[in-house]
Unconditional design. Structure first.
Length: 393
């Protein structure tokens, strides 16, 4: 049999560096089998897709909209995205040439890496972060430059960025995620401007994943695309804001020169998205103004409960401005290997958590609060009991 590809990662037997996304999925599968476990592992809203969006999807099916649609997205969808980005974040994109839809942001990440990276090109990845960027970049021959952000509250500072760019002057792109996964930390206007003041003097793309932009709890979202439109490739979508992970719709917005190239890769891979998905997403972007607002109120309650509970437990954590993740430090009296500890907690305390190391940050655990407050309270009680037993042991 011929070899699939050279340079297999010895640990995972895959050519994808680290192959961390699949580690998270397999851990979750393992935990699901444990009786009576409270699973706080997945990054997926626990709400149903809003009724008006489901109705739009059903109406589209009944209208026999079942043909190959336009690859970049229907004009209605692209217009609704342009209006959404303008009304919510003051961003100006031409729907016909500066926006393309993809099969979730995940496909958008792959398309973008395939489009911008030549083999050996460097991608700066502040960590911890969503592992798909590095996995996709490495699958297409890119070289990852990981940068730790732990010491500055999981925010990349301008000073650190300058140092990294000095050491890697040829880096092709940097990925920034705000609000972040796994930390929930979001960049404010000042922090964005400080980074942009550095980035604007470099020939580098800014890949800004803002998929959690609708889920911020203390202040409105600030966008890198607003501060540096000429270099920014912006990701957003309906998975998190409208509880539509299974519909698979993401969008990329950016300068025409790059969007037109990404659109070619997208067309090669998917031909076009399902018509019903485009119809549902058009409804979400154009008439789903209040959908995220309702969820935001719930998520904020849960987040505030967790902040209070972990403060009382005297466990330090990243301050979660947005998204639905709570990222806390593993106390020194516990097992320090994240995967071992997550398995021990799942078996003994019956709470499913994800090790921070799966996102590039050892010494932390991620708790997803995309679960009911009742479930979260049960989990916190169990964790608190587990922690005090371990402390005494
Ligand atoms: N980007 C980030 C930062 C995420 O956390 C996730 C999902 O967890 C995604 C993208 C995936 O988005 P989609 O469902 O649109 O593929």
């Amino acid at each position: 049999m011929p070899e699939v590809k050279k340079n297999l990662d010895k640990k995972t037997n895959s050519f994808v560096q680290g192959a961390k996304p699949s580690q998270i999925i397999s851990l979750n599968k393992e935990f699901k089998k444990i009786d009576n476990i409270v699973l706080l592992t997945v990054g997926e809203p626990d709400f149903n897709t809003p009724e008006h969006i489901k109705k739009a999807a059903i109406a589209d099916i009944q209208a026999n909209d079942s043909h190959y649609g336009p690859s970049s997205g229907t004009p209605e969808l692209l217009q609704s995205v342009a209006d959404f980005l303008k009304n919510h974040y003051h961003l100006n994109y031409d729907p016909a040439t500066e926006i393309v839809n993809t099969l979730g942001v995940t496909e958008g990440i792959c398309d973008t890496m395939k489009t911008i990276l030549n083999p050996g090109d460097e991608l700066i990845v502040p960590e911890p972060t969503f592992p798909v960027y590095a996995a996709a970049a490495s699958a297409f021959g890119g070289k990852i430059v990981p940068v730790s952000t732990e010491e500055s509250g999981f925010i990349l500072t301008a000073e650190k960025l300058k140092q990294v760019l000095l050491a890697h002057p040829q880096a092709k792109a940097i990925v920034l995620t705000t609000p972040g996964n796994p930390t929930g930390v979001a960049y404010n206007e000042k922090q964005i401007q400080a980074l942009v003041n550095v980035l604007k003097n470099h020939d580098i793309f800014v890949i800004s994943d803002e998929i959690y932009s609708e889920l911020t709890y203390d202040r409105p979202h600030s966008s890198f695309a607003a501060a540096l439109p000429g270099q920014t490739i912006l990701f957003n979508g309906v998975s998190k804001s409208h509880a539509m992970t299974g519909y698979r719709l993401g969008i990329i917005a950016g300068p025409q020169s790059i969007i037109s190239q990404i659109a070619v890769i997208h067309q090669l891979i998917t031909t076009a998205l399902p018509d019903v998905v485009m119809a549902a997403a058009t409804e979400a972007f154009s008439a789903g103004e209040n959908d995220a607002a309702t969820m935001r109120v719930e998520y904020k309650k849960r987040r505030d409960y967790l902040i209070d509970a972990f403060t009382k437990l005297d466990i330090s954590f990243a301050y979660p401005d947005g998204a639905f993740y709570f990222f806390f430090k593993i106390p020194d009296y516990l097992e320090q290997d994240g995967f071992k500890l997550a398995r021990q907690i799942a078996e003994e305390a019956k709470v499913g958590l994800t090790p921070g190391v799966a996102f590039g940050q050892a010494g932390y655990l991620r708790l997803s609060y995309a679960a009911s407050l009742d479930q979260i309270k049960i989990a916190v009680n169990r964790l608190s009991e587990f922690f005090s037993k371990q402390k005494q042991a």
